[in-house]
Design a protein around this ligand. Structure first.
Ligand SMILES: Nc1nc2c(ncn2[C@@H]2O[C@H](COP(=O)(O)OP(=O)(O)OP(=O)(O)O)[C@@H](O)[C@H]2O)c(=O)[nH]1
Ligand SMILES: [Mg+2]
Ligand SMILES: [Zn+2]
Length: 315
């Protein structure tokens, strides 16, 4: 029998079956990962250098996995994991095709550094990324305008965005349309409104939501596990918040590809393999001077470049 894992609590898995039932199953140790020529994207999350080592590694099932399971003696047991179409590490989920990246206008403050970092790390997955700007009701119109005019630049790069109040969710239908028949995941820092958004989309879901504790001066993680919920012919996952992303196993070459806004100007760099840092006659720096590439994108590129270099030096 085949189903999809929608929830995991240690070794206890909830599987959505073919006929839309929920069953509880266990996994005994690590499982064989069924490999089909060309279909496996498990290795997307690891650099080319480590590919060989993990090739025969046994893996544990996780949320989003399509699995084969059987009823053995008195309980359901997961036997095989099917090839993962996508395999995200943060949030830890398999087989999603669409990611909603949530940022709040305030509390926590919008960070373009973090946005660029998320987009860079996520660039190696075959995913549609949609940026959601929440808490627009908590800042004045000018602040919203400043943020959205910058987000227009990201839209031109291929990242669609929506700005909304997750608590009232007026444009629910726009989101529902985007979610139809997709397996989606909501990701972002703690306290940005991921669970609030999902509560607005799914009536009676009642996920716990919580104001960031000002007394503590840091965000409390309200959502503590990843879970997929059926919605509009597809599935959507709420995930725990996170803000630390690492460039480990990330190549400089991947970075150049990740900055999609640079693509248009790369061919005008004088040097083949130009890093766009110190080289003369650099198409990217020219585009920056002309205002075609925004300063923060270039600054973040340089910062990430140095960060990746420094990680490499440690090894
Ligand atoms: N005014 C306003 N408040 C919001 C909005 N979105 C979320 N909130 C509030 O922000 C707080 C945090 O929301 P959550 O939905 O718990 O945030 P989360 O992203 O799920 O946080 P974690 O589960 O910790 O990752 C709650 O008090 C929400 O009511 C919004 O658009 N406007
Ligand atoms: Mg939450
Ligand atoms: Zn260049």
């Amino acid at each position: 029998m085949i189903g999809q894992i929608i929830k995991q609590i240690s070794n206890q898995y909830t599987i959505l079956t073919h006929d839309n039932n929920l069953i509880e199953a266990i996994a005994r140790g690590k499982l064989r990962y069924i490999e089909v020529d060309g279909a496996s994207s498990f290795y997307q999350s690891v650099s080319s250098k480590t590919k060989k080592e993990v090739k025969h590694q046994q893996i544990s099932p996780k949320v989003g996995d399509i699995v084969t399971y059987a009823f053995i003696s008195d309980h359901y047991v997961i036997q095989d994991i099917h090839p993962r179409k996508t395999d995200l590490y943060r949030p830890d989920i398999a087989n999603v095709d669409q990611l909603f990246l949530v940022f709040s206008a305030t509390s926590p403050e919008f960070s373009f550094v973090l946005l660029d970092k998320f987009l860079t790390v996520l660039s190696r997955y075959d995913l549609d990324i949609i940026i959601i700007l929440t808490k627009t009701d908590k800042v004045d119109d000018k602040a919203v305008k400043d943020l959205t005019s910058k987000l227009d630049y990201y839209k031109d790069m291929g990242y669609n965005y929506l700005s909304l109040n997750a608590k009232t969710l007026e444009d629910k239908n726009v989101l529902l349309k985007m979610l139809k028949n997709h397996v989606s995941v909501i990701a972002g820092q703690t306290g940005v409104g991921k669970s609030t958004l999902l509560n607005g989309l799914i009536p009676n879901l009642n996920l716990a939501t919580q104001e960031i504790s000002k007394a503590l001066g840091r965000g409390k993680h309200t959502t503590r596990h990843t879970e997929l919920y059926p919605l509009n012919g597809g599935l959507i996952a709420d995930t725990p918040g996170f803000s630390k992303l690492s460039f480990e196993h990330f190549d400089i070459e991947d970075l150049k590809v990740a900055f999609k806004d640079f693509n248009l100007y790369k061919s005008t760099c004088k040097f083949h393999g130009c890093a766009h840092i110190h080289e003369p006659s650099c198409g990217i720096k020219n585009a920056l001077d002309n205002g075609d590439i925004i300063q923060s994108r270039y600054d973040n590129y340089v910062a990430f470049y140095n960060e990746i270099k420094s990680i490499k030096r440690k090894y």
